[in-house]
Design a protein around this ligand. Structure first.
Ligand code: SF4
Ligand code: SF4
Length: 117
């Protein structure tokens, strides 16, 4: 069982995928980057912290909240929307730099991408 949290791009969530229906479909079908998990427990979804890449303080808050609820997550997915923003929309996040920081600071596995649709 993978306990996961998903971050979405604050600027394009609900524009690129209305109501995040694509990620819910991807989880139901274990498609795209969700295929790596046997079963999924979605703990939380929230935004990336906004530009210019305020993801570390956002994840800190998310970890504190989920710990307080006794619902900690092990895997953090940066949504496909964030991947697209990094590749095509001048998102300031550099995934290769951010991933080791998040993994070391918060003890979670970080995956770039979610659904494949
Ligand atoms: S990629 Fe996922 S998290 Fe991002 S907007 Fe689409 S459904 Fe939501
Ligand atoms: S462009 Fe990047 S930093 Fe800005 S809101 Fe989207 S994902 Fe977050």
């Amino acid at each position: 069982m993978a306990r996961i949290a998903i971050l979405y791009c604050k600027r394009i969530q609900d524009h690129s995928c209305v109501a995040c229906a694509k990620c819910f479909k991807g989880m139901a079908e274990k498609a795209g980057e969700f295929a790596r998990h046997d079963t999924i427990d979605l703990v939380a979804m929230t935004d990336c912290g906004d530009c210019p890449g305020l993801t570390v303080p956002r994840v800190k808050l998310l970890k504190e909240l989920t710990r307080g609820l006794d619902r900690e997550f092990d895997v953090l997915h940066l949504g496909t929307c964030m991947k697209i923003a990094m590749e095509t929309a001048q998102c300031p996040i550099d995934f290769d730099s951010l991933k080791p920081v998040l993994e070391a600071k918060f003890g979670v596995r970080v995956v770039l991408g979610t659904h494949p649709y």
